[in-house]
Design a binder for this molecule. Structure first.
Ligand code: AIR
Length: 202
């Protein structure tokens, strides 16, 4: 990541890698502030046995592209929403790579970092059955969670509907004086409106 200030976002990627049981390392290297370190990191990554690189940076985020220029490993970019432009600058800087040097750019911020972790796992899963199976379990679990949320929502809305019906039944008895006045006024208006129209005498 480009700075320690990116850590709260990039921790989401680490959490996913942990969940899938994938070993990882984390460091800070800046394409602008410490370009030599970023260069060496990209050049040595494959030799050190890494399978993919996740690079997160904000502002003019050149880290992912810069590292990608130094390696043939897949580079996953996480644009971080740390700037006054709310990360639009980082998104464009990370995604808009010229032809020949791809960076798999995730969505902005924490969701992007989380997806970077899942995406790295998917890359590794192409040659690791254990990780592939864990990813399958993860997907099933995600689907189950959505279904549970849907069931909870149905339960909440049926309770809300029952409460509305109950309120409608006991409403007039508990109406406030102001509400009673309003309802009398409405009734009077309705009565007047339904009176036969006075047409001109023929
Ligand atoms: N950054 C650091 N070097 C180059 C870039 N683009 C980014 C970091 C961080 C932001 O600048 O990735 O998101 C602000 O860094 P800091 O250290 O000022 O908090």
């Amino acid at each position: 990541m480009g700075s320690d200030s990116d850590l709260p976002v990039m921790q989401e990627a680490a959490a996913m890698l942990q969940e899938f049981g994938i070993e990882y390392e984390m460091t800070i290297a800046s394409a602008h502030r410490s370009p030599k370190k970023a260069l060496e990191y990209g050049q040595s990554a494959e030799k050190r046995g890494l399978k993919a690189i996740i690079a997160g940076a904000g502002w003019a985020a050149h880290l992912a592209g810069f590292v990608a220029s130094q390696t043939t490993l897949p580079v996953i970019g996480v644009p971080i929403d740390s700037s006054p432009l709310k990360g639009i600058d980082a998104l464009f800087a990370t995604a808009q790579m010229p032809g020949g040097v791809p960076v798999a750019t995730m969505s902005l911020g924490k969701a992007g970092a989380k997806n970077a972790g899942v995406f790295a796992a998917q890359i590794i899963a192409t040659s690791d059955v254990k990780i592939a199976n864990r990813l399958k379990v993860y997907k099933v679990e995600m689907e189950r969670e959505v279904e549970e949320k849907a069931k909870r929502l149905v339960a909440i809305s049926s309770v809300a509907a029952t409460l509305r019906e109950t309120a409608a039944v006991i409403g007039p008895a508990t109406a406030t004086p102001a509400a009673k006045k309003k309802s009398r006024h409405r009734r009077r208006k309705k009565k007047g409106g339904s009176a036969p129209a006075q047409g001109p005498a023929s």
